[in-house]
Design a protein. Structure first.
Ligand code: SAM
Length: 280
């Protein structure tokens, strides 16, 4: 296949800059640039968007994003050893790549980007879920990003898109499906990465909806859902007892059965319950 850019192959980049993978930083690198370009394309049209990338590492996905026409990429990388490799990419795409040597959990990323903003990342597994929850719970909606295209462990990806009645359905599914539309766009075997992790991975694409699907106060919904799934084996009337003495009446008023379990309640049901709880 044709090279996506004129920069050296990633194996050479890693050897030149001695980027031995560090487990503590969740470093499993993608070295196939045709694959990283494919992941970049799964984020939709990149021309005319600024991209936030978390954890560029040696820059495989970064190069895919730039080759696929991203207007600008802002990449947050915690490991300073990666900076020289990323500087070579900046030099090949003048003015289009800004690298922040920082912890993605600490940075005010929005200050560095101009909308429309897409987030695309092969996330470090240790902070992936935390970052997703933060992106899904901004101060106001619609959020500053228009879409998230993120690599997760396959099991986490399945939890994000899970439907009621399945074991994978929980807080992450409700959070992701209430005011966004998530779908799995690609699954990858361990061998796609260097070094190979123990698990399979999947890319999830999440479009932000202009409005939530159902009305609810975000904080109340979050609290109700967390309480319900905290004891997912119990019936709602028992699991939700911490929400107040009259919770059984609220459950009925929301059109739910007190004998249902959290994993049977659709997003709409949780929103109705959050409205009842907020009103009581
Ligand atoms: N994007 C590269 C690729 O696809 O080959 C590397 C992906 S690797 C799974 C995750 C990257 O995130 C590593 O480069 C690691 O150093 C970086 N990282 C880990 N924790 C981070 C954090 N808290 N903030 C920013 N980057 C982090």
């Amino acid at each position: 296949m044709a090279a996506i850019d004129s920069l050296p192959p990633l194996r050479d980049v890693i050897a030149t800059h001695e980027l031995s993978a560090k487990k503590a930083l969740g470093q499993n690198f993608l070295l196939d640039l045709n694959l990283t370009a494919k992941i970049a394309r799964s984020a939709g049209t990149l021309t005319g968007s600024d991209i936030l990338e978390v954890g560029p590492g040696p820059g495989g996905l970064t190069r895919g994003l730039l080759a696929e026409g991203a207007r600008r990429v802002v990449a947050i990388e915690k490991d300073p050893r990666c900076l020289p490799a990323l500087a070579e990419i900046s030099a090949a795409y003048p003015g289009q790549l800004e690298v922040l040597n920082d912890d993605a959990l600490e940075v005010d990323w929005a200050a560095h980007l101009t909308p429309p903003i897409k987030v695309v990342a092969n996330l470090p597994y240790n902070v992936g879920t935390e970052l997703l929850v933060r992106w899904l719970t901004p101060k106001s909606w619609p959020p500053q990003w228009s879409s998230l295209t993120l690599m997760f462990q396959k099991e986490v990806a399945e939890r994000i898109v899970a439907k009621p009645g399945s074991k994978a359905y929980g807080r992450l599914a409700v959070l992701a499906q209430w005011r966004a539309a998530p779908r799995i766009v690609l699954t990858l075997p361990p061998e796609a990465f260097t070094p190979p992790p123990k698990i399979h991975s999947a890319v999830v694409h999440i479009d932000a909806l202009a409005e939530p699907r159902f009305a609810a106060d975000p904080k109340t919904l979050s609290h109700v859902v967390a309480t319900a799934f905290n004891q997912r084996r119990k019936m709602l009337r028992a699991a939700l007892k911490p929400l107040g003495k009259d919770i059984e009446d609220r459950i009925v008023a929301a059109g739910l059965k007190p004998t249902d379990r959290a994993e049977q309640v659709p997003v709409e049901g949780f929103c109705a319950l959050a409205r009842e709880v907020a009103a009581s």
